[in-house]
Design a protein around this ligand. Structure first.
Ligand SMILES: [Zn+2]
Length: 333
């Protein structure tokens, strides 16, 4: 086609479909400022990054809300910070992630030793919140059946527990989820099973099999891909799968040491393997801040110094907003 006929065709198209032409120009002009994904940490103490903080609410621009690794710092299903929850993600079955017990209310205890006096076993904080909110728990490995049985036994629906195994994906309300490998353990403690079987497991020092632990890659409707590491050591899939296949722009990285990668190893994962545009520190197993300021000498401070991209500290209750490139537009330092 010669240039004149291309111009004539384009003009004809714009006359025939004026709305389409306007939409196309609007889409190309935005993307950076519109359609931000917001991430709000639900830690034990307002405005701080505390020892057991894991839980995050991730909200798609379309309003879909995901709760990642509820843990113990969400004060049960009535925690006023929760709001609507559509999807609950559980990286693995350990009590500090599923929520074997939890705070009676936000700010109970101190940042270095929060007060988790309320026992949520064997139901778990995750299942209680799923029931109260009508949310879907999306997990990999052998975890979906465990959650389905609990949900059903407690008056919910088995379909509220949905599977997504390594390599596959599942879309819920405009958000696409997949699980990715994590090198950790994933036994279900007897206390989360209850009854005779639970007691036998506790007595013998054994746990029940739940398949491998996972991380997640979440793809939001604005195109942002977020890696949620879960508890993990260094693993080749962080490069081969998380970076090379999914090309994540933002990572949430566990840095707690001994149980998972420490600050040095986590920095290597971020700098050399995953290579996101920015990272949110998580699971530091320490009081990392006082009055919202990062404390020198902490694991979080070491991680921040060792990482070559922006590190965002997840201060509880402070909402961070990210564009499709993983750039923070508000709520970050
Ligand atoms: Zn953990």
């Amino acid at each position: 086609m010669n240039p004149v006929s291309v111009t004539v065709l384009l003009l004809a198209l714009m006359i025939a479909f004026p709305a389409t032409a306007a939409t196309a120009s609007r889409l190309s002009a935005t993307t950076a400022s519109d359609g931000l994904v917001t991430i709000t940490p639900l830690g034990s103490h307002d405005g701080e990054f505390c020892r057991y903080d894991r839980a995050l609410i991730l909200e798609d621009p379309n309003g879909t809300r995901l709760l990642y690794d509820v843990g113990r710092t969400v004060a049960g299903a009535d925690d006023p910070r929760l709001g609507n929850i559509d999807v609950i993600l559980v990286s693995h079955m350990h009590g500090d992630h599923v929520g074997d017990r939890h705070l009676p209310e936000v700010n109970a205890g101190v940042c270095a030793k929060p007060d988790f006096r309320l026992n949520a076993s064997p139901n778990t904080n995750s299942v209680n919140i799923a029931l109260a909110k009508g949310a879907t728990i999306v997990t990999g490995s052998e975890m979906p059946k465990f959650f389905a049985a609990k949900l059903k036994a407690l008056g919910g629906r088995a379909e509220q527990s949905q599977l997504v195994r390594f390599g596959a994906s599942r879309s819920i309300k405009g958000v696409t989820l997949t699980t990715v490998p994590a090198t950790h353990s994933n036994g279900i403690a007897g206390s989360m099973i209850g009854g005779k079987l639970g007691a036998l497991l506790e007595q013998s020092g054994l746990t029940a099999y739940a398949g491998p632990p996972t991380g997640y890659v979440v793809t939001f409707s604005n195109g942002l891909n977020v890696y949620l590491s879960g508890d993990t050591g260094i693993t080749a899939e962080q490069q081969a799968v998380v970076r090379d296949h999914y090309g994540v722009q933002l990572a949430v990285m566990n840095i707690g040491d001994t149980f998972t990668t420490g600050p040095k190893e986590a920095a290597y994962v971020v700098n050399a393997l995953v290579k996101p545009r920015a990272v949110i520190a998580s699971h530091a197993n320490e009081q990392a801040t006082r009055k919202g300021k990062l404390l020198a000498g902490t694991r979080t401070a070491q991680f921040s110094q060792a990482v070559t991209v922006p590190v965002h500290v997840p201060l509880s209750g402070r909402t961070m907003a990210f564009d499709s490139r993983g750039e923070c537009h508000s709520g970050c330092e």
